[in-house]
Design a protein around this ligand. Structure first.
Ligand SMILES: C[S@@+](CC[C@H](N)C(=O)[O-])C[C@H]1O[C@@H](n2cnc3c(N)ncnc32)[C@H](O)[C@@H]1O
Length: 279
């Protein structure tokens, strides 16, 4: 029996709400509008239109995925970051609004210092690399250990008309040359904490994008140890960090002879971005 847009919307909303999905109302709208290929306004203005069986099946599939707490961004296959559209799938971390702090700071420094080239380590969807390429004149190179993530990142660069030199690499292993700035949002979650994360993160996002080792600092240690080989004179390292990692990163950069080190907070008042320079 055919059903109207309104009836289907109500039914999806009820199912998501019963499963304690906080964003049940907006998610229901997104699911139905995506399946029908119409914008959300049309769900209101055409709410008595009937939905065909094939579209109903798509709505059922999306709803079932959301009930398993798959993030909406993976169901839609896209998300927004720095005002740009990015494709995402289960091989790429979903770019976070917090990471816009890192990108904004990086862009300001690149412009202020007239930096010409930047390396992004652990690029994932390419969110950081593509945004820097879009909003500055710097040449951008980006690496990731995941071939699958890199192929999504390449699509994102193409889709946003940005050139990024993508390299499959375990950190610096396949990187040649030196850079004015190295930027990274590496995996930084303490291993024991991963199990306590929301199912949307721990059961759906790639573990290789989250796991920062026992104390969460493994990647910072490995990257920092090689920075002097890959940063140009007066170059800058800029890391995204976890809310409780400010002191550890400050200390690590001091011990590695960086200067003008600063730890910046995000809008929630949490340590989020650390920068340091070499002489
Ligand atoms: C926290 S995610 C960041 C993704 C993206 N830069 C962002 O900010 O949304 C970390 C990324 O590091 C990559 N990664 C993990 N281990 C790596 C390694 N040894 N070498 C290069 N990249 C690595 C993961 O595949 C993942 O894409």
């Amino acid at each position: 029996m055919s059903q109207t847009i309104q009836a289907v919307l109500d039914s999806v909303r009820t199912k998501l709400r019963a499963a304690d999905i906080e964003s049940f109302s907006i998610d229901a709208q997104l699911i139905v509008s995506e399946a029908l290929g119409v914008d959300k306004i049309k769900l209101v203005t055409h709410n008595t239109d009937e939905i065909s069986d094939d579209k109903l099946n798509i709505i059922k599939e999306y709803t079932a995925r959301r009930l398993k707490r798959e993030p909406m961004q993976y169901i839609l296959g896209r998300c927004e970051f720095m005002g740009l559209d990015f494709k995402v799938d289960r091989n790429t971390l979903i770019p976070r609004a917090d990471t816009e702090n890192l990108v904004e700071e990086a862009i300001n420094i690149i412009k202020e210092k007239g930096y010409r080239n930047v390396l992004d380590i652990g690029t994932g969807s390419g969110a950081i690399a593509v945004s820097i390429g879009k909003y500055t004149a710097a040449e951008v190179t980006a690496v990731d250990i995941s071939k699958a993530a890199l192929s999504i990142a390449e699509e994102n660069a193409r889709q946003n008309n940005v050139y990024v030199n993508f390299i499959e690499s375990d950190l610096f292993a396949n990187v040649k040359g030196s850079f004015d700035m190295i930027v990274s949002n590496p995996p930084y979650i303490e291993r024991a904490v991963i199990d306590t994360l929301d199912s949307q993160v721990k059961d759906h996002e790639p573990l290789s994008a989250l796991d920062g080792g026992e104390d969460g600092l493994d990647f910072y240690r490995r990257i920092t140890a090689d920075l002097h080989r890959f940063l140009k004179k007066k170059g800058c390292i800029i890391f995204e960090i976890g809310y409780n990692q400010g002191y550890a990163l400050y200390d690590m950069l001091v011990k590695n002879n960086f200067r003008n080190i600063s730890v910046k907070k995000d809008l929630a008042g949490m340590d989020r971005v650390v920068t340091g320079y070499i002489s």
